[in-house]
Design a protein around this ligand. Structure first.
Ligand SMILES: N[C@@H](CCC(=O)N[C@@H](CS)C(=O)NCC(=O)O)C(=O)O
Length: 206
């Protein structure tokens, strides 16, 4: 098995962090789809969107980061990662869907938009920051009486949403809400988080 991806992609980091948590032996095959034609063509055969991450498991290819997370726990996780009960699975799946549809786009707009030039650009970025803080406060509420997002145990909800928190924690001009900070400190103790999420971020330009 292998993952096609790039270590600086947050969507790849989520998958590699879970692979460490599950103690699986799946290597990251680095692909540079923007600069290497051969990489781009090889990836196109595995993912119609030509995006990473892609998991290759024997003859099967799986794309979309959260689908890969679900696939890995269904195939290789224990009952803690992949409960039999559909409702229990929905407790982490709702956070995963919310993450991809709401939280991640807002973070992207607040942090990663290269050009917040001009009054309109700055206003859009400012609105994204406000929304980001609002959503962090809601995460803070969820963590009020439990160690992790859905319970006192780590689930895919923490992998999906937690992968984004490190970059937010690096913003020097504001602090994470208290429960989010406490939760983030728990994630920081995980070797897979250190290896895939924190080390990669430390190589990015500030
Ligand atoms: N929703 C997809 C997003 C995948 C995605 O946007 N991948 C980026 C890297 S984070 C990529 O491959 N970008 C290259 C491109 O779009 O050409 C997922 O979660 O896997």
């Amino acid at each position: 098995m292998k993952i096609y991806g790039h270590p600086l992609s947050i969507n790849v980091q989520k998958v590699m962090w879970l692979i460490d948590e599950l103690d699986l032996s799946i290597a990251l095959e680095e692909v540079d789809i923007h600069h290497n034609r051969h990489d781009a063509q090889a990836l196109a055969q595995r993912c119609p969107m030509r995006q990473v991450p892609v998991l290759e498991d024997g003859p099967n290819s799986v794309w979309e980061s959260h689908t890969i997370l679900r696939y890995l726990v269904a195939c290789y996780g224990n009952k803690m990662w992949y409960p039999d009960c559909a409702f229990q699975r929905s407790c982490y799946e709702r956070w995963m869907d919310w993450c991809l549809s709401s939280f991640q786009p807002v973070i992207k707009a607040a942090l990663f938009m290269p050009s917040a030039d001009g009054a309109e650009g700055r206003q859009t970025q400012q609105r994204a920051w406000e929304q980001c803080r609002y959503e962090l406060d809601r995460i803070n509420d969820a963590l009020d009486d439990q160690r992790y997002l859905t319970s006192d145990r780590m689930t895919l909800a923490d992998i999906a949403v937690g992968s984004l928190i490190h970059r937010l924690s690096q913003q020097t001009d504001w602090a994470l809400p208290p429960n989010v900070e406490r939760w983030y400190q728990q994630l920081v103790e995980r070797p897979g988080y250190q290896r895939w999420v924190m080390q990669a971020a430390s190589t990015l330009p500030t």
